[in-house]
Design a binder for this molecule. Sequence first.
Ligand code: XUL
Length: 520
Amino acid sequence: MAHLLGIDASTQSVSALVIDTDGGAIEREASVNFGKRLPQYGAPSGFVAGARPGEVFADPMMWVEALEQLLEELQAAGALKNIAAVCGAAQQHGSVYLNEKWPCALAAIREGRAENLRARLLPCLARARSPIWMDTSTAEECREIAEALGGREKVCALSGSVPVERFTGPQIRRFWKRSPEAYGRTTRIHLVSSFLCSVLCGQDAPIDTGDGAGMNLLNLTTGDWDGALLDAAAPQLREKLPPVVGGGTRAGTLGGYFVKKFGFAPETPVLVFTGDNPSSLVGMGAATPETAVISLGTSDTIFAAMPQGAFDPEGFGHAFGNPLGGQMSLQCFVNGSLAREAVRERIGYDWAAFAQALFRTPAGNDGNRMLPFVRPEISPRIDLNRFVLKGDAEFERWEKPAHAVRACVEGQLLNMKLRSAWMGLRPARIRLTGGAARDDGIAQIVADIFQTKVERLPSGGSVALGATLRAAHHCLGVPLADLESKFCRPAPGSTRTPAVPPGTYDVPLRAFETWIAQYR
Ligand code: XUL
């Protein structure tokens, strides 16, 4: 019996899935929410604002402690027996800065000498907190990198994205400029994904091309670090980064600490981790461009496998490595679930009433619209920190709560449709994942605005599922098609087809584009 463990280190929690490939079943799901389980970190949603505008951080020790609690929970449930391979994925772009103590701490984990993970790893941090993907503080560094390379387009042609504020290269540059001594003490810089993978293996793990492409440091054509991009970011950067590898590469085997404490088999293979979005692409069975994915989580994203060489002329979209080979397109929106949550709180609804509201309001929302950005948005780049409403007087005074709900969801999806036009998607289906995907009203609006059939899979955990499928495929040799047929079939009754005629949203789309242009 082959069981696979997949880990998803996301913004608000660390979650896991255990699957049984023979039986085609999800054996166990578990999750540790940072705010609820680790309140001592003072990060109810998994992050804290920094002192300067746009800065957003998280504590890497919070991720490590949550990972350990998650494994404890799985062990207590008897779910860690028979684990044949492990893989994982993490929120993208965030970076962890480690000092010269890091190799010794890893060796202690590897050899099973470490007593307490936190005590071992805390002294290894060259920077106490990690900047994460919500950070928008590096506009100046993005300009400098563009200038060094001869323009934003040059950076995009090399790395798949123009210099982007949350991407790791500009973040590293800011750290070097502001704290040159701490940068000097840094001997290794990891992504969240490669950091956690290293901890599990007790040895420095590589970065995969999927997550590596979110750094503005990787040459997307060669699949390796790019000398010019590294030089433009910070000095001596190459020696501080781990190697880059394809998504099918083993990072190592589980460290002795984990074997001893959790009863894993010695030498359990660990496949290189990737970013949450690339992992979700695999978990959603979206290996070809016929299936596009919309993920409605802390961030909302739309992504799909794509042929090489497409770029967003506006500069907000990205080309990442596809863990299955080739590339994937991605567009990310900061104002995902936190914006939906803010609307829900403002009107005093619970989630059931929020979901119901979408069935009590018509497509187009009687002309009532919202710019649904409670924090600075990245697609497109807009520095709003409040909702803007436009419609009838009652609506604008927040006295039509059901319309406020639809205006938020329609605003988010109209913006997504407009911003993702560069991808040239003509998918046969859109697969919806993330917390809000369960909501039938939201699924219907996706089908209506994109005029495409919408499907949902039985498990909400597509990131962790993708990790288990990659582990099964690359470590155990199970064909991907077999895995997809067992684990990536839409849940019965979950499909939604367009309920309004094509063209229904043409006017709202045009109106939204004109309106949003005033704020850019
Ligand atoms: C993608 C992005 C987010 C994070 C967090 O570019 O910034 O989707 O990966 O989920």
